[in-house]
Design a protein. Structure first.
Length: 119
């Protein structure tokens, strides 16, 4: 219970402005028809963050480290690959979002905005 507060704060902070912008645009078009999607996504984010916090407190490791340590080698590789792809896709989306934001705000060319974002 001691770590559920920070886990909830992190899961709420996980919803970045791009997601909220999409939510607002969808809400303007479909009214309350898609509100359950936002509610379920937020609920699942809270649950996943609480579970992640418990795993970290209990083992001192993250999910990838635990799967590598507790699964046999033949299973840890294929199991961990989708997680690595998901992490890379999330990072790519954040980097491109930052570059587009710099482009829109300061009229910096996309290539230079990507370099600035990387730095």
């Amino acid at each position: 219970m001691a770590f559920s507060g920070p886990a909830i704060l992190i899961s709420v902070g996980y919803m970045d402005p791009g997601n909220w912008g999409t939510d607002l645009a969808g809400g303007a078009q479909f009214k309350y028809g898609l509100l359950w999607v936002v509610a379920m996504a937020s609920f699942m984010a809270v649950i996943l963050q609480i579970i992640s916090a418990r795993l970290g407190v209990a083992t001192g490791k993250d999910l990838a480290q635990c799967s590598r340590d507790f699964y046999p080698r033949w299973r840890a590789g294929p199991t961990g690959s989708p997680w690595k792809i998901a992490v890379a896709a999330t990072d790519l989306a954040e980097a491109l979002g930052s570059a587009v934001a710099l482009n829109l705000l300061f009229h910096i060319p996309i290539a230079l905005a990507i370099v600035i974002t990387r730095v």
